[in-house]
Every structure is written in C-alpha cells, then in structure tokens.
Write a protein that binds this ligand. Sequence first.
Ligand code: NAP
Length: 312
Amino acid sequence: MAEERTHFDLIIIGSGPAGFTAAVYGARGGVSTALFGGVAPGGQLLQTTEIENFPGFPEPVIGADLMERMLKQAARLGAAIFREDIKDADFSQRPFRLTAGSGKVYTATSLIVATGARARWLGLPSEQKFIGRGVSGCATCDGFFFRGKEVCVIGGGDTAAEDALFLTKFASKVYLVHRRDQLRATFRLQEKLRANPKVEIIFDHVPEEITGEAKADGIVIKNVKTGEKRRLETPGVFVAIGHSPATEIFRGKLNLDDAGYVAVNETLGTSVCGVFAAGDVMDTRYKQAIVAAGSGCKAAMEALLYIEGLKQ
Ligand code: NAP
C-alpha cells in the first residue's frame, strides 16, 4: 500500500501492462518507485474476459486476474501503488510536480506516462451491457472465441478493415458495417476485403442496438439513407472506430501527435527530458498487452539511466 512519502525517484502514471512492468523494473532497479493507477488499477485488460496471447499462461487468464498479479508483483518488489489518479502535471520545475485526485502533490525525478488509450465505443446502452460478452474492442484479443460463428465489425478505417480480414481466419462470415458509402481504409486493404469471400461490406448503416440475453446474439443496424432496419445474427460484435489516448492532462506540456498520442523518440523519451512514455499512450499500431509490457520495461530502463546520470 501507499506510504506517506511524497517524493519518488520514479513515478509511473497508469496501471496497465506498461505501467506495472515499468514499476517492476523501477523497483528492481533500486530507485524509489511509485505507480498511480487510478481507483480501479488494471487498464483496458479489466474489460477483457479471457486472455490467451500473453506468454506464460498455458490456460486462458482472466484480464482482471492478470492485472491483479501484475499489481502484486510490483508491490512485492517495493513499488508504492497509489489507487488514485494524477490530475495535473507540472514539468516547468524539477523535480516534476504531480497533483493527485486527492489534491496532494507528489514529486518525481523521472516520470513514465503509461496512461493508455481507450477503445472508442459507440455509446449504445446495449453495447456497455455486452462488453466482454460478445462485444469487443480488440479483434486480435477476442477473434479466436468466434471460430465458426458470424461476426460483424463496425467502422470503415484501417483498423476495421484489418480486424475484418483477421476475423475471417476464425469466423464463418464477417460483416463490415460502415456509416458512409465509402471506406476510409487504404486502397490495398479495401482490395483485400473485396477479394475475401467471407467479407460482406454493408455501407450506409449505423448500429442501433446489440441484442442478447447473457451474451450478445446479434445487432440491429439502420440504413442512414432509407431508415430501414435489419438484424444481423452475429454473436461477435467488434467495434473498431478508433482509439482515444488518455493524454488530456499532458496537452500543451508534452508533444503529442495529431491524434493525441505522446510523441516519443527511439528510447521512449518525450519532448521533456526525464519524462518517458510507454504502452498504448504512444503506440498507434500494435496495442497489445505484451507490446505494452515490453515498452514499459524499455521506458523504465531509460528512466533508470536518466536518474543514475543525474546522481553522478
Ligand atoms: P480511423 O482512421 O479514425 O477510422 C475510424 C472509422 O470509424 C472511420 O471509418 C469512421 O467513419 C468510423 N467511425 C468513427 N466514429 C464512429 C461512430 N460513432 N459510429 C460509426 N462509425 C464511426 O481509426 P483507425 O481505423 O483505428 O485508424 C487510426 C489510425 O491508425 C489511422 O491513421 C490508421 O491509418 C492507422 N492504422 C494503420 C494501420 C496499418 O498501417 N496497418 C492499421 C490500423 C490503423 P468515417 O470514415 O465516416 O469517419
């Protein structure tokens, strides 16, 4: 549990695989390390059910269980885990000043931003009900569970196109439902979609409701031009309408790219010396737990070198 001290050599903001891995490396690296993980530490994996692609687990592991293990591991090694958010960051002075949700100010010699990115959701009440029960924001994570079943993907960008193609490996049929009459996805991906007999693109339709009892069993979509509704019997509904990186508190303080992701150099340094970023908050491409964990390790190793350099 968190202690009374307010200065740490290394503070990590974020409690997904990147944050906890950074905490493990920081604590084992011999520097005082704290992680601010929000009221419910665990990040996006709390929303997934079974995870089968994280090495070391021969049997599927529940997302929340995996994150609990990571938290315990970081705490056992000596990282202070704070179950609160950081609401404000001040990089204009050193050590960096971080204001927690409680209003308490903490200082850090080095900081790792591992606040993640949230999959954007459609905003339907029925969608919330079935997240992890048929509704998913990650085809790579959950596609395997829909072997031999029909699924649909919502969205028209590269992610939706790639997800639809990926899902054809498992599903018997993949509907790609897009709100306009033209995909945003790159031409090459569009060609691949059209060439795949398992894919049916449904243009000009928006999701209205996800149906089901304990689990999703289909989706009602509406034609935006005619108002006509139809139901697809798809127990798998993959929402691929983009991600939002959690970088609000860093706007104007760290360089962000056009989509709001933290811009980093090769060694995961940000535009502020001593501030590093890891995981989905800087990853526009892979967005996988194991990749995030790897980048958390890298960021912590770089932060350790930075802290060590200041001591010399
Ligand atoms: P994106 O390019 O922003 O596409 C989001 C898609 O979702 C758009 O087609 C959009 O429709 C649709 N959409 C947004 N809000 C919606 C809503 N409320 N209801 C229904 N549909 C909605 O996001 P992305 O596909 O995740 O890609 C993000 C970035 O990563 C892009 O720059 C992309 O090129 C890149 N990326 C690259 C690769 C690759 O190189 N292999 C793979 C994946 C992603 P509209 O088209 O009507 O706006």
